[in-house]
Design a protein around this ligand. Structure first.
Ligand SMILES: [Zn+2]
Ligand SMILES: [Zn+2]
Ligand SMILES: [Zn+2]
Length: 386
């Protein structure tokens, strides 16, 4: 078989001829070999609170939230979610007027509702602390907060079933929350995301997303930010603006677009029906979206999630989230707002992709091409079929 080269640009592989800066290393309290410092008290305080740990093999950080072991789990264990949910569930801790696991009661909210997670992965009052043994054992405290964003008072609705105006209200809440949390001195990044469906770990079917705000830029957006900064430096233009121009010229991985957002299956997609929603006008954050762009985002979310639901005739599970500029008050011309959708389903409502074996140990692998996935999604109706 001969591979046909469709595009031969001067795309430089990441890292070629460039020194990539690693994650910022906080000042260490201990560098030497010799006598070990007394760390046991620091250690026990640090390790029982939210903190980040450094993996020297991967040169990456991860977030550890040891205080969250009491978290309730209401996730479905059956493969197919129940077809019919009630509009109101007296046992649901997200429904209006109900008591939550932490003992607080939700108000009788009529639209969206935001509250601080009763079992937060991050805490705002985490005292600063660091533990380090040379370059091998390294941990630092991490301040932040986790909030829950309820999309609708209706227990039985998901985003694709919600009216456009109500989805637009969710976009506005994401923007308000990003601005509010990002303005805090202790916050350096605001991660907006949604886990939909028990298959992706959602602990409650009531439509909701989450916002975790952290002191540091987390690993995934930090990686992408560095890559975008490097591209801007080398090309004098924005990576995602250039990528969007290229994909729109080629067309084969575009699912649909409106005047403000393009939905495409990225060339390098890992999950079978992975999609990126990319802002068509260069913008760095959700709060920076103007009125028309927010309408465009709501429209794109509705159209994408309806297509997803139609694909296997079920409420389609996914993890999605936005990548936006850090909340450090500095200009970030390199960062271009986008959302990633990572759905696990491969062939049907019950056949999912697992990231195991080779993917855990070597690198991600996929059978379905990005182009075929985009073609399948393009064929789907934008009216809910079930
Ligand atoms: Zn509910
Ligand atoms: Zn751009
Ligand atoms: Zn991203």
């Amino acid at each position: 078989m001969v591979a046909h080269l469709l595009y031969s640009g001067n795309l430089t592989p990441p890292g070629f001829g460039t020194t990539i800066a690693g994650p910022q290393k906080p000042a260490s309290t201990y560098h030497g070999k010799g006598a070990l410092p007394v760390v046991s008290r620091v250690e026990s305080m640090l390790f029982s609170r939210p903190h980040r740990r450094y993996n020297p093999l991967k040169d990456e950080w991860l977030l550890v939230s040891p205080q969250r072991t009491q978290r309730p789990w209401l996730g479905q264990v059956e493969k197919r979610p129940p077809a019919q949910l009630p509009q109101y569930d007296p046992g649901c801790y997200l429904c209006p007027g109900n008591e939550r696991a932490g003992g607080q009661r939700n108000p009788a909210y009529k639209g969206t509702y935001v509250f601080t997670n009763d079992f937060p992965a991050l805490l705002p009052d985490t005292p600063p602390a660091e533990y380090r043994q040379g370059d091998l054992l390294w941990a630092a405290s991490e301040r932040g907060t986790s909030r829950v964003v309820i999309f609708s008072p209706r227990h039985d609705l998901t985003l694709p079933q919600m009216p456009l105006d109500d989805i637009r209200a969710v976009v506005d809440v994401w923007a308000e929350q990003t601005a509010e949390l990002g303005a805090l001195d202790s916050i350096g990044y605001v991660q907006v995301f949604e886990n939909k469906g028990a298959a992706m770990g959602a602990s409650n079917p009531h439509p909701h997303g989450q916002i975790w705000a952290t002191e540091h830029v987390p690993t995934e957006p930090a990686k992408e930010q560095r890559a975008q900064a490097r591209y801007l430096e080398e090309h004098g233009s924005c990576l995602l603006c250039d990528y969007l121009d290229l994909e729109r010229a080629l067309g084969e991985r575009i699912v649909f677009e409106n005047d403000e957002f393009t939905a495409l299956v990225p060339f390098w997609a890992v999950w079978p029906f992975e999609v990126m929603l990319v802002a068509r006008r260069h913008v760095g954050s959700i709060p920076a979206l103007d009125d028309a762009a927010r309408d465009g985002l709501a429209d794109a979310i509705k159209r994408l999630t309806v297509r997803y639901d139609n694909l296997f005739s079920i409420s389609f599970p996914y993890s999605m989230g936005f990548h936006q500029e850090p909340a450090d008050g500095l200009p970030h011309p390199e960062v271009h707002l986008h959302a990633h959708y990572y759905p696990p389903l491969l062939r049907s409502a019950t056949v999912r992709k697992f990231m195991v074996g080779y993917e855990m140990l070597a690198e991600p692998q996929r059978d379905l091409t990005a182009e075929s996935a985009a073609a399948r999604l393009r064929e789907m109706s934008e009216t809910l079929q079930h």
